[in-house]
Design a binder for this molecule. Structure first.
Ligand SMILES: Cc1ncc(COP(=O)(O)O)c(C=O)c1O
Length: 374
């Protein structure tokens, strides 16, 4: 007999998902053009308040394109947090740039503005580039340009993004928000992903809404949105029959089949968030009488509670908790290993990572699926 397993996060496809997918199949528009792709983009733009949204095959592709269009070049450096899912660091590597890992805040688990400021002050110089007429931030140790910064809103808890933006503006560093986990989360009333030059979303199977696999790039910049659409669709110059491409493009467009799921999921999103927040409240009450800390939303933020998280006393208690729950068929997972400890990124430059090192020993995700009550 297979053991009952309660997953950390599973999809709710009980709305119009089947209806719209069947509609896409019957229309024979199943590939990368079709009405659902446009409709899904419009729904995301409308929901987040971003002016433009461009659908991609997944969140990693959205990050890759956001980096390229932010001007990140081969041999540049890009700041991010070590406590993130591998995709953030991978996307940086796809551009030929190297990540620089800067600590997170203990409370938000997202990039720390204070650590960012300290590192930039101590480790970089500003220089004016006459040929581009732009201020550049150069790493004193490597001589490389720091061209972008990617904070991540961990588990749907917004980081201190307005402070990070002020610092990035001061150093002329492009700000890309990895909002893969934070659809429905806001910072001072603004949707995450809309504060930086670009925000990127993921609709992977475990996310707040899913298209099986999918992503989205959001921005307020019309020109960049146009370029994003062009470069994610093989950079083909529109023509009735000729195949002319004017750049090295990518085949990163979301399919109409997947977007059909996305439209149905967007209809359900407000209800998903409502239910996730109710579940978080229940967890919060439950853990209030224990020595385990349940991670709650911070000042100025509204969290989607994509994945609920708890903080254990130490690594030993963390491992015991993981062992017992998983043995009992209740899926729990530790937070990701720090990026700078992985073989591909072990030589990357880091700031002081005290908070990340503290959190990685203690944070666990607990079951976070929301099911409709009968
Ligand atoms: C923080 C973060 N960034 C990026 C991604 C990449 O998204 P995808 O799996 O859609 O490529 C994910 C999730 O999978 C994520 O959690």
């Amino acid at each position: 007999m297979t053991k009952l397993k309660i997953p950390v996060a599973s999809a709710d496809l009980t709305g119009n998902e089947e209806k719209y997918v069947v509609e896409a199949i019957r229309s024979s528009w199943i590939s990368s053009t079709g009405k659902f792709v446009t409709q899904f983009e419009e729904m995301i733009a409308d929901y987040t308040g971003a002016k433009y949204a461009v659908a991609t095959v997944n969140g990693t592709a959205a990050l890759h394109i956001a980096l390229l269009l932010s001007g990140v070049k081969q041999d540049d450096e890009v700041i991010t947090q070590p406590l993130t899912f591998i995709a953030t660091a991978n996307a940086i590597s796809y551009t030929g740039a190297k990540p620089v890992f800067i600590d997170v805040d203990k409370d938000t688990m997202g990039l720390s503005p204070q650590s960012l400021k300290t590192w930039l002050e101590q480790s970089t110089i500003k220089r004016f580039n006459k040929s581009t007429n732009q201020l550049e931030t150069i790493n004193k140790k490597t001589g490389k340009q720091i061209s972008a910064c990617i904070p991540m809103h961990t588990f749907g808890h917004p980081c201190r993004i307005d402070e990070i933006k002020t610092i990035c503006d001061e150093y002329n560093i492009s700000l890309i928000e990895d909002a893969a986990e934070s659809l429905g989360s806001t910072y001072k009333g603004k949707h995450t992903g809309t504060i930086g030059l670009f925000g990127t979303l993921s609709f992977n199977g475990n996310k707040t809404i899913t298209t099986g696999g999918g992503g989205m790039l959001i921005t307020d910049d019309k020109e960049l949105a146009k370029k994003a659409k062009h470069i994610t669709t093989t950079a083909k110059v529109p023509h009735k029959w000729d195949y002319v491409h004017d750049l090295i493009g990518y085949n990163y467009r979301l399919t109409n089949l997947a977007a059909a799921l996305g439209v149905a999921q967007m209809e359900q999103l407000p209800n998903f968030i409502k239910r996730k927040r109710i579940l978080a409240k229940e967890y919060s009450n439950f853990f209030a009488d224990s020595d385990i800390e349940f991670v709650t939303e911070k000042e100025n933020t509204k969290a989607n509670y994509w994945l609920n998280a708890i903080i254990l006393k130490d690594r030993k208690q963390r491992d015991e908790f993981l062992e017992e729950t998983n043995e009992a068929g209740i899926m729990t997972r530790p937070i990701w290993e720090l990026m700078n400890r992985l073989p591909m990124f072990k030589d990357c430059q880091c700031g002081d990572l005290n908070n990340s090192e503290w959190l990685v020993d203690r944070v666990i995700n607990i079951t976070s699926s929301v099911f409709k009550k009968n």
